[in-house]
Design a protein around this ligand. Structure first.
Ligand code: 0R9
Length: 645
């Protein structure tokens, strides 16, 4: 609790100033879920990074404490000023931790700050923390002030008159009354902290996870070139040229500079990581648009000049960017952000600024490094040809399909009689025997069944060609009827509900994961538009007297048993565990899983705030890098109650 004996009228005024933050936290940090919680940490870390970027600090310590719910960030900069603010008559430290101010930062000439959402100010972190302790080492002394929910709990005190060096330390505990979760994700934090050291090459960050007894030190003097190398390796994308193209313009304009690194690889998609003042701009914005425009026109100009464009081949912007891995970091004095999470740059000038900085440089670079230019041109041509081939295939499949839609459907599909996609569902089922039960238990008018027999390919690790050649996946594509990749046309989708119906065991989960990976990479609009679902067949049947209950898993079975025994302690319960869907009577499958009035479906969705996480999860779990998979398993092993092996 705040120590109210030291409370003055001014403090109350200050507290009122932070009240809107506690009332509507989402307006300041985007939300109160996991990303919002971590915004508090980024805010404090970014304030320390600002001090380092401005040349006054060299090392930052970040500790997540043993409980996983509180953090300490420390820098070796000048220390936040503790002198009395001349107008407000309170110590500057107290003022910046208890007052909301536009842009979040005080006007200090020549002090480049991170801005954007992270620039909301340390006062927002204070307001949303049940405890905060600020310690400043300055003028040979150590000072401390404590806060609770944004209000001073003590006055600023000198706690020691000996100190080694200068700096600021902030301890805070996010308020459990505000956040849905207050547990920090140390793996994510570690990753983001390392990115900060790539973007600020002289910066050292030491991260400690007290719960794991772990200490890691990040420092990357190779800067974004080293970051690019790490990204390419992480994506398992083989570069198609050895050299990395870099743009580093210190004097772009007096209020802006950029740093860009790029390389083309064999990867089937592009990876562009953009930042403004070292802060990730997950949703892109004007700087990313400018970068894409510049790359497109430089490569096109190179291909034109050297007469490398095959006649009749139409090259699209996406062909030029296929396989491109790039990092774009723009430093701007006054960045403006938009979007729900304020992670999209909106300064119109950033676009032309980047175009003019990159376009000519890249074209000249290609002209003077002919083998690199030619390798990129060959990559672009390969992408354009593959796109044209897949478009032609989709067109011919569609025209055949429109002549006789039935002829073009996979032989194993048991179609429904309805021709109205909005009223039709497709169950994708594992194995012929489960397929048989589903076919018998379905409603023939509106429910179609497609059994998969062979192995489903891992689309994350395979080439586009291999994916197109995979029988099971091409059956799925044919049955859905809407094409895939760039050519996907939702208006042709034959079923508005696509339901994955797999056994409730580890093999079933594996097949569902493979199918979801395929849909995510090749038919993403189906997920984004809410057409993909997962069925929940029961794993157990429980008979108690005349009543039957269905349990989805072990914990569901235990819950039902407990509830029945609470009612009658000696009740006899017969439990049957289904080995697989194939073993289930069609009638049972209908009652528990197929019938729209009685079943429970899970809708597959990717919330806006989890797009990057989803992308990383899929590339870590399904990609070729076994060490990423191992890391994930080790990090989540504790959450698994019983492995079904
Ligand atoms: C642990 C996290 N670190 C910080 O939050 C932090 C803020 C900060 C800072 C200054 C130095 N170090 C810092 N660490 C600073 C000092 C001076 C001028 N500008 C900035 C100075 O000594 O003159 N501040 C960030 C904003 C402010 N200080 C200010 F508004 F209070 F001045």
């Amino acid at each position: 609790m705040p120590d109210l004996s030291t409370y003055t009228g001014k403090d109350i005024q200050v507290l009122e100033g932070l009240e809107p933050v506690r009332r509507r936290p989402g307006m300041y940090i985007g939300g109160t879920g996991k990303p919002g919680l971590h915004h508090l940490l980024w805010e404090i870390v970014d304030n320390a990074v600002d001090e380092a970027v401005n040349g006054h600090a060299s090392a930052i310590d970040v500790t997540i404490h043993k409980d996983g719910q509180s953090a300490t960030v420390s820098d070796n900069g000048r220390g936040i000023p503790i002198d009395m603010h001349p107008e407000r008559k309170v110590p500057t430290l107290q003022l910046i931790l208890t007052t909301l101010h536009a842009g979040g930062k005080f006007d200090h000439t020549n002090y480049i700050t991170s801005g954007g959402l992270h620039g909301v100010g340390a006062s927002v972190v204070n307001a949303l923390s049940s405890e905060m302790v600020a310690t400043v080492r300055r003028d040979g002394n150590t000072y401390e002030q404590r806060f609770a929910r944004g209000a001073p709990a003590t006055k600023l005190k000198k706690v020691s008159n000996s100190t080694r060096g200068t700096g600021t330390t902030i301890f805070f505990r996010p308020d459990a009354d505000i956040f849905e979760t207050t547990t920090f994700d140390t793996a994510w934090i570690k990753e983001q902290l390392e990115v900060k050291t790539y973007l600020n090459r002289s910066l050292k960050i030491i991260f400690r996870d007290e719960a794991k007894g772990e200490r890691v030190e990040f420092q990357h003097e190779g800067g974004i070139a080293e970051y690019l190398e790490a990204l390419v390796a992480q994506r398992e994308a083989r570069p198609i040229h050895d050299d990395v193209f870099m743009v580093a313009q210190e004097e772009l304009r007096d209020d802006a500079r950029i740093e860009i690194a790029l390389q083309w690889t064999e990867a089937p998609s592009e990876t562009v990581k953009s930042f403004v003042n070292g802060i990730p701009t997950k949703d892109g914005g004007t700087h990313e648009q400018g970068f894409r425009d510049a790359v497109r026109s430089a490569v096109r100009a190179y291909m034109d000049t050297h007469d490398l464009l095959p006649r009749g081949l139409d090259i699209a912007a996406e062909d030029i960017r296929e396989g491109l891995v790039a990092i774009v970091n723009l430093f701007l004095v006054d960045p403006q952000f938009q979007g729900q999470t304020k992670e999209k740059l909106n300064n119109p000038a950033a676009r032309s600024l980047i175009v003019s900085a990159v376009r000519l440089d890249l074209e000249q670079y290609l002209n003077s490094h002919g083998s690199t230019g030619d390798a990129i041109a060959a990559r672009v041509i390969q992408a354009a040809k593959a796109r044209q081939a897949s478009r032609a295939a989709a067109r011919s499949a569609r025209s055949k399909g429109s002549r006789n839609r039935k002829l073009n459907l996979p032989g194993k599909l048991a179609d429904c009689s309805s021709k109205d996609p909005a009223a039709s569902e497709l169950f994708i089922v594992e194995g012929d025997s489960a397929g048989g039960s589903a076919k018998q238990g379905r409603d023939r008018r509106s429910q179609a069944v497609l059994p998969l027999r062979g192995k489903v390919l891992n689309a994350e690790q395979a080439t586009v060609k291999k994916v197109q050649a995979n029988k099971e996946l091409s059956n799925v594509v044919q049955a859905l009827g809407c094409g895939l990749g760039q050519d996907l046309d939702l208006s042709l989708l034959r079923y508005h509900k696509i339901i994955l119906l797999m056994d409730a065991d580890s093999d079933g989960h594996h097949i569902a994961t493979l199918l979801l990976t395929f849909l995510y990479r090749y038919m993403r609009p189906l997920i984004d538009e809410g057409h993909v679902f997962i069925a929940q067949p029961p794993l157990y049947r429980l008979d108690a007297g005349k009543e039957t209950y269905w349990a989805l898993d072990d914990s569901d079975r235990e819950r039902i048993t407990r509830e029945l025994r609470d009612r009658r302690s000696n009740i006899k319960i017969d439990v049957q565990r289904f080995k697989g869907l194939g073993e289930m009577m069609p009638k049972t499958l209908k009652e528990t899983t197929l019938d729209p009035d009685r079943r429970r479906l899970l809708k597959v969705a990717i919330p806006d705030t989890q797009r990057t996480e989803t992308e990383n999860l899929i590339s870590d779990l399904m990609g070729k890098d076994a060490s990423a998979r191992y890391r994930f398993i080790m990090e989540h092993a504790a959450e698994v109650e019983a492995l079904d092996l």
